[in-house]
Design a protein around this ligand. Structure first.
Ligand code: ADP
Length: 239
């Protein structure tokens, strides 16, 4: 039986006169890979930023296992077990790849849960970067930097990970490697929410899809149904 780990209720965000989120309700279930799509400007990044604590919402609530975490600071959000990767991979460019992961591991939250990757080496093995452990992060090709971003996010021991456009800028081979990796996360007790506008990526990753348009949720359900929803077709095909 699935249960919601993250529950978003009536989430609103105004930037001056711009309504970026117009009252979004969304639940992420334990063990799922949920996709959130929408055209440019539909509020995807704002949703990500509000949930991760970058922005404070203008209204509504975010509940984590039923606990109100609305408006907590980013480090507190990561402390409850919500990890994230950014579109721009964050790493210390002058330090070796393995040192980057080691530093992230030192900031891992305390968690009673058994965790599959207990060392930086194990994390690098999981994301397929063992051979590059000694390279400076700054010289990694873009695709590998993305994988390092995932290792850094996993190092904090999240039980939910939010991925913001994880495949942007990756070639087909790199995208497939990323998809293979992300699909394994639920087996390790990590739920996933992927935010992107790439429907092909969503079809590879998700069973359930949420569609945002102008800051509102216009569809939420099994991906097949959502992709056949006239409202969604209109938004995506400009109908
Ligand atoms: P998406 O990620 O789906 O492209 P965003 O969340 O970036 O959408 O943007 C939603 C709306 O909010 C857009 O109209 C955008 O211009 C506006 N917006 C986003 N961030 C800011 C900000 N920091 N300041 C002002 N307006 C913003």
């Amino acid at each position: 039986m699935m249960s919601a780990i993250l529950q978003i209720e009536g989430l609103r965000k105004q930037f001056g006169g711009v309504t970026a989120l117009a009252g979004v309700d969304l639940a992420i279930q334990e063990g799922e890979i949920l996709g959130v799509v929408g055209p440019n400007g539909s509020g995807k990044t704002t949703l990500f930023n509000v949930v991760t604590g970058v922005h404070k919402p203008s209204g509504g609530r975010v509940l984590w296992h039923g606990r109100d975490i609305t408006g907590l600071a980013a480090h507190q959000i990561s402390g409850v077990g919500i990890g994230h990767t950014f579109q721009q991979a964050m790493a210390f460019p002058g330090l070796p790849v393995i040192e980057n992961v080691r530093i992230a591991c030192e900031h891992a939250r305390r968690s009673s849960r058994a965790y599959p990757w207990t060392t930086p080496e194990a994390l690098l093995r999981f994301v397929g970067l063992s051979d590059l452990a000694g390279e400076r992060a700054g010289v990694l090709p873009f695709g590998n930097l993305r994988l390092l971003g995932i290792a850094l996010a996993l190092a904090t021991r999240p039980s939910l990970i939010l991925l913001d456009e994880p495949a942007a800028g990756l070639n087909d081979k790199e995208t497939l490697a990323l998809v293979g990796l992300v699909k394994q996360l639920p087996e390790h007790g990590i739920s996933v929410c992927v935010i992107d506008h790439d429907m092909k990526l969503m079809q590879m990753l998700c069973r359930r899809l949420v569609v945002l348009d102008f800051g509102s949720k216009i569809a939420d359900g099994p991906i097949r149904d959502v992709l056949n929803d006239p409202k969604v077709l209109e938004v995506y095909l400009g109908g």
